[in-house]
Design a protein around this ligand. Structure first.
Ligand code: CO
Length: 218
């Protein structure tokens, strides 16, 4: 059997399974979504957001890209963030990296892999910001693990630098922003960084909003 056919068969079994537990499962699910969490994770196939957090459909609003980056010119990520924060009104934004991340690993090397290098260059910047600390770590595996953690912490910072998050902090005292790392070898999540609403950034990154509602502003 073609491997993709297995997915379609599994889908049929999954539908039956859900209906057997709750006959109106899909009816209820199709009505609306009110997720409490925005998850920004890596595209890596081994880090399935719902599975590792024990969440069900409807609980996580998800954005994934290579190495879970928050880039302030990425309209894809920004659209997801704006919608999650301003329309869905999520209470938590979680950036989740993972040890053994190929994106971070390649960024730490000098390999040229084509277009992806332009994306990964943001991680090389993270390396440069923390070069002094990273270069005291002699073991390459340990250095990579630390860069994965620092990369997550930087993305938490990047989120706090967005106008969407700052405005929601100011007007609605949410969302909490979390940075986690998933350890594929143990299955556990590790908390790396956390920012509560109202955390002050370096002044250069703090916006002064002209009006408290911010309607029409991005
Ligand atoms: Co990864």
């Amino acid at each position: 059997m073609d491997s993709y056919k297995k997915l379609l068969l599994a889908n049929k079994a999954w539908v039956q399974d859900r209906i057997s537990i709750r006959p109106d499962y899909f009816e209820v699910m199709a009505k609306d979504q009110t997720p409490e969490f925005l998850w920004i994770g890596c595209s890596d196939s081994r880090v399935p957001a719902e599975d590792i957090t024990g969440t069900e459909p409807g609980e996580l609003f998800v954005h994934r890209n290579v190495a879970n980056l928050v880039i302030h010119t990425d309209f894809n990520m920004l659209s997801v963030l704006q919608y999650a924060v301003e329309v869905l009104k999520v209470k938590h934004v979680i950036v989740c990296g993972h040890y053994g991340c190929g994106g971070v690993q390649n960024a730490m090397s000098r390999k040229h892999l084509g277009l992806i290098n332009k994306w990964l260059r943001h991680i090389k910047d993270v390396y440069r910001f923390h070069a002094r600390e990273l270069e005291t770590i002699k073991d390459e595996g340990q250095r990579l693990r630390r860069l994965v953690e620092l990369n997550v912490a930087e993305q938490v910072q990047n989120l706090a630098e967005t106008s969407f998050v700052q405005r929601a902090w100011l007007t609605e005292q949410r969302p909490e922003v979390h940075g986690w790392v998933y350890d594929m070898q143990t299955g556990y999540l590790k908390e790396i960084a956390h920012m509560s609403p109202g955390t002050h950034l370096e002044p250069i990154y703090e916006f002064e909003f002209n009006d408290k509602t911010g309607n029409g502003q991005s």
